[in-house]
Design a protein around this ligand. Structure first.
Ligand code: NDP
Ligand code: GDR
Length: 364
């Protein structure tokens, strides 16, 4: 591990798709720290979408900027080919995706276009530009591919049984990455990452939705938190640690696929209780099924309630990963446990909420 960590990025260029997302922001920081010149692809948006990378943003007018942003989209092949040609990256990290599972049921075709075909377009760009021998490729694969897999915990050899348009699209991306590695000798690796969160997590993913609502409730700016399936269990780790795992995969002599996970699983219900407790509000869940409610032990006020709109047509009930291979071959392991993660996220949202006059609760 120490040996890999010492590898310098000085003189190397990395291209990060999805740089404006949670993982992109952490990865860009890590690569800059290691001395890389970092190129990021951002989508054109009618509103500001670079908030997560504000602190590392460099004015393009300064001489030799080390973070350079390019407009682009995974659904546009010509644009991707041009950016790869211009940047000639030593490493490509493909983090861009329509990454919300529930939204993928509403936008299945777009999800397939960006998440599945987008990956193919990038791999083809490498091939068209004859960069097979010089550009390494990381694909952001996901534990969602396991779906209803019976094997617990899940490893690199557990069969996939995807349960959403998102997971099916990501499954294509996983296999096309394996195929291009085998067919064309590209140094291409899949990181099969279990859920990872942080204060930078998108507001409609459940952990952040909870910590943000807890902060808003604590400040009297929101009455209640509406959630879907409280029984769902996820293996939640810290995003900052997982992006280091991505980088380690591309530093290996031989490309391969690796699970990154904590090996612990937690229900949405427990995460919710902990998050409220971290803001000084003790709640307990009472009732059953759709009538279950999170009630403040002190005041008796209902602070959390079920809203069926957040249930998915097909759900993944339980995910728990075994990251032994990453531990043995990359020297990677998680450091932050889910309890500590919840605490950090609540703390950050309390600080943020103190400065936000009228937050609107996210629907997701
Ligand atoms: P986010 O949703 O926070 O970020 C997604 C990024 O992709 C954003 O920068 C977004 O841009 C960009 N994007 C979306 N669609 C397109 C498109 N068509 N063209 C170009 N860019 C696009 O995701 P995370 O950072 O959490 O996750 C990173 C990757 O890892 C994703 O591929 C996700 O599916 C995968 N993954 C995530 C896990 C997790 O727990 N976080 C676990 C396993 C896999 P914009 O900012 O404009 O929306
Ligand atoms: P997930 O993350 O689907 O695992 O995908 P999400 O946080 O959206 O859901 C986790 C679990 O919580 C349940 N849930 C709710 N989810 C949301 N979003 N909102 C709610 O109100 C709510 N109530 C209960 C869900 O049903 C689910 O079981 C994330 C994404 O980052 C993917 O891109 C990534 O691939 C996987 O993690 C690993």
């Amino acid at each position: 591990m120490e040996q890999s960590d010492e590898i310098s990025g000085v003189g190397k260029r990395a291209l990060v798709t999805g740089i404006t997302g949670q993982d992109g922001a952490y990865l860009a920081r890590l690569l800059l720290e290691k001395g890389y010149e970092v190129h990021g692809i951002k989508r054109r948006s009618s509103s500001f979408n670079t908030g997560r990378i504000e602190d590392i943003y460099e004015d393009p007018h300064v001489p030799d900027p080390r973070l350079i942003l390019h407009y682009g989209d995974l659904t546009d092949a010509t644009n991707l080919i041009r950016i790869v040609q211009e940047t000639q990256p030593h490493e490509i990290y493909n983090l861009a995706a329509q990454s919300h599972v529930q939204v993928s049921f509403e936008t299945p075709e777009y999800t397939a276009n960006s998440d599945a075909m987008g990956t193919l377009r990038l791999l083809e760009a490498i091939r068209i530009l004859k960069l097979e021998g010089s550009t390494r490729f990381y694909q952001a694969s996901t534990s969602e591919m396991y779906g209803t897999a019976q094997e617990v915990p899940q490893t690199e050899t557990t069969p996939f049984q995807p349960r959403s348009p998102y997971a099916v699209a990501k499954l294509y991306a996983y296999w096309i990455t394996v195929n291009y590695r085998e067919a064309y000798g590209i140094h291409a690796s899949n990181g099969i990452l279990f859920n990872h969160e942080s204060p930078l997590r998108g507001e409609t993913f459940v952990t952040r939705k909870i910590t943000r609502a807890v902060a808003a409730i604590a400040f009297g700016k929101q009455d209640r938190l509406y959630l879907g399936n409280l029984d769902a269990k996820r293996d939640w780790g810290h995003a900052k640690e997982y992006v280091r795992g991505m980088w380690l995969m591309l530093q290996q002599d031989v490309p391969d696929d690796y699970v990154l996970a904590t090996g612990h699983t937690t229900s949405v219900r427990d995460f919710t209780r902990w998050a409220f407790a971290d803001a000084g509000i003790e709640i307990e869940f009472r009732g059953e099924g759709l009538k279950e409610q999170g009630v403040c032990k002190k005041s008796g006020r209902v602070l959390a309630e079920i809203d069926p709109r957040y249930f998915r047509p097909t759900e993944v009930d339980l995910l728990i990963g075994d990251a032994s291979k990453a531990h043995n071959k990359l020297g990677w392991q998680h450091e932050t446990g889910v309890r500590e993660l919840a605490r950090e996220m609540v703390k950050a949202d309390l600080e943020l909420m103190g400065n936000t006059p009228n937050p609107s609760p996210p629907h997701g």
